[in-house]
Design a protein around this ligand. Structure first.
Ligand SMILES: CC(C)(COP(=O)(O)OP(=O)(O)OC[C@H]1O[C@@H](n2cnc3c(N)ncnc32)[C@H](O)[C@@H]1OP(=O)(O)O)[C@@H](O)C(=O)NCCC(=O)NCCS
Length: 166
């Protein structure tokens, strides 16, 4: 299994993979493939990695810029993170996380924020006991990992591609 940057030739397979990963997911409205398409279109897909094995795309991770009420910059939102259902719990999601975080850190990002399950993400150093907030998101599901300095305070704004047509 290889982790590498997404290329234009991957886009159709990535779209299908994200759809399958979130199909029937309790916290999904099925919008994840469209979110990634809109981020791409808006040139806001700062980093996208795929996990590939024998020419098949088995996982994908996306990072995009976020804004904060307190004006902090240099932070990125992580998500969606998708692994092919038949290949989940085999370490692919963790490899994408570790690969993506390393590249973001190398690129001098200030930190990464995400909405997700603390049970999965705290193992990568993310914490939920912050002064951040996001409308409609329970505080325990809003997690941050600073690479440099403090975690910003107040409202987080993910890219508008997460919320509908641009
Ligand atoms: C969540 C997801 C990305 C994890 O990827 P993965 O390749 O299955 O995860 P890994 O094999 O690297 O890690 C598995 C570990 O994470 C835990 N885990 C996996 N999915 C989890 C979930 N939804 N909630 C809590 N823990 C989870 C497993 O218990 C396992 O822990 P262990 O190592 O202690 O046994 C993948 O299951 C997935 O695509 N799910 C559907 C989409 C989704 O929920 N995406 C994340 C929200 S943006």
């Amino acid at each position: 299994m290889r982790i590498r940057r997404e290329t234009p030739a991957d886009i159709a397979a990535v779209d299908r993979l994200i759809g399958r990963a979130f199909d029937g997911h309790p916290h999904s409205d099925g919008s994840e493939p469209a979110i990634v398409r809109r981020l791409r279109k808006a040139e806001a897909l700062e980093l996208a990695l795929v996990a590939e094995e024998d020419g098949e795309i088995l996982g994908h991770i996306a990072f995009s810029p976020v804004g904060f009420e307190d004006g902090s910059d240099g932070w990125f939102g992580l998500g969606p993170l998708s692994v092919e259902p038949s290949h989940q719990r085999q370490g692919i999601g963790s490899s994408l996380m570790l690969g993506g975080l390393e590249l973001m850190r190398d690129d001098n990002a200030a930190g990464v924020v995400l909405v997700g399950d603390p049970k999965f993400y705290t193992r990568f150093g993310f914490q939920s006991d912050t002064d951040l907030s996001m409308e409609g998101v329970p505080p325990e599901n809003l997690l941050a990992l600073p690479f440099d300095g403090d975690i910003p305070k107040g409202q987080v704004a993910f890219h508008r591609a997460f919320f509908g047509d641009l």
